[in-house]
Ligand binder design. Structure first.
Ligand SMILES: [Zn+2]
Length: 396
């Protein structure tokens, strides 16, 4: 499926340049302080190619030079670093329960953030509210001397793979929403590329793109919130989000685990979300839609009904981890989303199930790591900002 990172034609020179640029940026991000010669050694690119790309990146303020490398012989090289002081990317998440916004620098550091726990209503009203919050965020003192590279918006549902259109957000009741157009009608003064993606895709992308060190071969980010979604990213220096023909890749919350089971918000029965999701737990345990699920259940942690529901939901989450492992086999699984705030009563049975079953097929004691993000409030928004940076690097 073509996207911003797909070559236009075989041998496309711009594609080759953007590939080299992304490779060099990824190398400097993972190994800060390398010289041009070190980068050439690391990447296999010629010194001339590295020199040319680095010159452009320095001129545009994406890289900065640091100390001189001490060397035994020959000309010493300057250390190179990502320049975190000149640009920022905006990332936002429209979640089922609220809005989150961040501004990040090229190193993925959050410079400013904002959130609102007021649930979205209509797409139009939400776009107006988000625009107001973006305007506020852009007034942050730390952003005033920087250039904006663009805006990424993450939404809780599948997005068309070839156009910025949200197909469906079952837990918001939104269908075929061109959300960026609604935002443009708000006369926002935000420069650069604007893009739209599914929130789990955005989160997965951010965790891969801003990975501390060399990222694994692939990452699957399982987002357990009001709904359940998953994003998968692979591709080393040129990270790629798997999307599927209709943008449904990773919609694991609507895989059927119990044929003929309870009705789901999508219209089918027995989906994973009917066994583990924020909305199902609220329904089962009588938690009001506007109350915090984690706070409500923390107060009721000793109730046998709460314990049993969380244990059952946790095991279902473990089934999903195992199904992801066997269908996509990512090198790392990341579990995020607001349900991780429910802590051990939900997470322990999920991890225990996965741990007990993940080696069944190959019968080898090799483990795929599962990283649990305890607070993923801004993970998808930061990921949307990462997508903006990756696109800006291509378009530079
Ligand atoms: Zn469903």
């Amino acid at each position: 499926m073509p996207n911003a990172f797909t070559p236009q034609a075989a041998g496309d020179l711009n594609y080759l340049k953007s590939l080299n640029r992304s490779t060099i940026l990824a190398t400097v991000r993972r190994h800060p302080g390398l010289s041009r010669a070190d980068i050439a050694t690391h990447t296999g690119l010629t010194k001339a190619t590295v020199g040319g790309v680095v010159q452009v990146l320095l001129a545009r303020g994406w890289l900065r030079e640091g100390e001189l490398h001490a060397r035994g012989g020959g000309r010493p090289g300057r250390a190179l670093y990502l320049d975190g002081s000149r640009h920022f990317m905006l990332g936002t998440e429209v979640g089922v329960k609220g809005l989150r916004l961040v501004a990040c620098n090229l190193q993925g550091d959050v410079l400013a953030q904002q959130q609102s726990e007021q649930a979205p209503t209509s797409p139009e009203a939400t776009a107006a509210r988000l625009a107001g919050m973006l305007t506020d965020l852009c007034r942050s003192p730390d952003l005033q001397s920087r250039t904006c590279l663009g805006l990424g918006v993450a939404l809780p549902g599948p997005v068309k793979p070839d156009a910025p259109v949200l197909r469906l957000a079952p837990n918001l009741g939104w269908v075929d929403v061109e959300f960026l157009d609604l935002l443009r009608q708000q006369s926002l003064e935000i420069a650069g590329s604007w893009l739209l993606d599914n929130e789990a895709n955005a989160a997965a992308f951010g965790e891969f793109y801003f990975f501390d060190g060399t990222p694994p071969e692939s990452i699957a980010y399982l987002c357990a919130s009001s709904g359940i979604g998953c994003g998968v990213v692979s591709g080393d220096n040129f990270p790629f989000i798997s999307r599927g023909a209709q943008g449904l890749f990773g919609e694991i919350g609507h895989t059927v685990l119990q044929p003929g089971g309870a009705p789901c918000h999508c219209g089918n029965r027995g989906c994973a979300e009917t066994l583990v999701s924020g909305w199902k737990l609220r329904e089962q345990l009588d938690v009001a839609a506007d109350a915090s699920l984690s706070e409500a259940l923390a107060r009721r942690g000793d109730e046998p009904r709460v314990k049993a529901s969380l244990a059952q939901a946790g095991e279902a989450l473990g089934w999903l981890l195992l199904n992801l492992h066997h269908t996509l086999n990512p090198a790392m699984l990341i579990l995020g989303g607001s349900l991780t705030r429910l802590g051990e009563p939900l997470i322990a049975p999920a991890l225990a199930y996965f741990e007990a079953h993940q080696n069944g097929l190959l019968r080898q004691p090799l483990s795929i790591p599962v990283k649990v993000i305890g607070d993923s409030t801004f993970t998808a928004a930061r990921g949307a900002a990462a997508e903006v940076m990756a696109r800006a690097a291509v378009e530079l």
